[in-house]
Design a protein around this ligand. Sequence first.
Ligand code: UDX
Length: 432
Amino acid sequence: MTISFIGHGYVGLVTAAVFADLGNTVWVVGRTKEKIETLKKGIATFYEPGLSELVKRNVDAGRLLFTLNYHEAVVPSEVIFITVGTPPKDNGEADLKEIFNAAKEIGKNLVGYKVVAVKSTVPPGTNKKVAAILDETKPTGSSFAIASVPEFLRQGQAIGDTMHPQRVVIGTTSDRAQKLLVDLHKPINTKIVVCNVETAELIKYAANSMLSVKISFANAMAFLSEKVGADVEKVLDGVGLDHRIGRSFLYPGVGYGGSCFPKDVKALIAIGKEYGYDFTLLKATDAINDEARLYFIEKIRNHFHGDLQGKTIAVLGLSFKPDTDDMRFAPSITIIEALIKEKARVVAYDPAAIPNAKKVLPKDVIFATSPYEAVKDADAVAVVTEWNEFRQLDMVKLAKGLKERVLFDGRNIYDPQTLKDLGYTYYGVGRM
Ligand code: UDX
């Protein structure tokens, strides 16, 4: 099949590269000349494990093509996926400007019959608006069907998630579009949920919100565990062994970040409000997520008796989660801003995110090239992202660099007793 993707962010570029790898001819439309030129050379524009190789292989094979021109991509394509960003507005609603703009451009270039499928996360009702725009802008004689095919990939595991998803959701009321989309997904051997457009739109928000609820539940249990003297990790082991609950996404820490959970939880609250439902469960989920960061900052502050002035804090991990250089809504931003505001000196290290971190963190932050360099003469070390390389640190060597052996483990990746035996003052999340 020949298909197109409008937008080459995480969802667009990864899915495009995977479908090209499965043997389709895939066009990707962008609007930044430099980025398109880079992609045409087979170079990925962001870090994601395995993506560079996948893009290069398919560009070299002539199956993955990039353009600034909608006409070039839309005309030969049977299916056009919209994979542009839907960032949150100040009131929490998703900003759909880019979606509608893409719809307009696709509409103007429509010939024959096309399926236009939205993959970006959009509130219920958006696809219908896309259909209205296509209707207004399309040349006479052309026709289309709309579909909602939400994406569930995780950054860091994006290629695996796209090649082997746990399900594919196809929301459309057109039999022809359904058949085409089911055919396109055939090589991806998984369960397909077929439903109407609004259901598919809601499934995406429901999935991300449910996972966020789990994380906030874990964080709430962590707050309580500390108060009652319990070990939250054991509490959640005990809870998670019940198959009806499971252990995944029950890891407390400094809260969820990234481009999806914070935005989608807020968006679903806003959708509820629009339709007259007060989504108190998600309001609490969002509030607990903020508390998780604040609580971590408070622990650091309390250790230093409320005075961080002149203290050096080594921060290990900046990206919102491991295996990505993405800093969007990363907990590290809130934590570091608070430390700097309280006049601490922050030396930060991350295996991949430093270039992006430099764009968003306060200018006073000093960046190190290794964890050991970061902790040199520091009064404490704070682990904010659970990169594997931090799990394997030589804690004796680390201790030698530190001025004070104080460790704030924002992801509970270390064994408290082992660190205490090495002379560290250890602060985990929800455990002693
Ligand atoms: C998420 C969804 O998992 C994916 O299905 C969807 O398509 C996009 O949003 P992603 O944002 O890439 O993916 O990361 P994910 O691995 O889900 O983690 C999100 C955030 O939650 C990270 O900040 C992570 O550190 C945090 N998290 C995750 C926890 O704090 N505790 C957990 O138990 C799990």
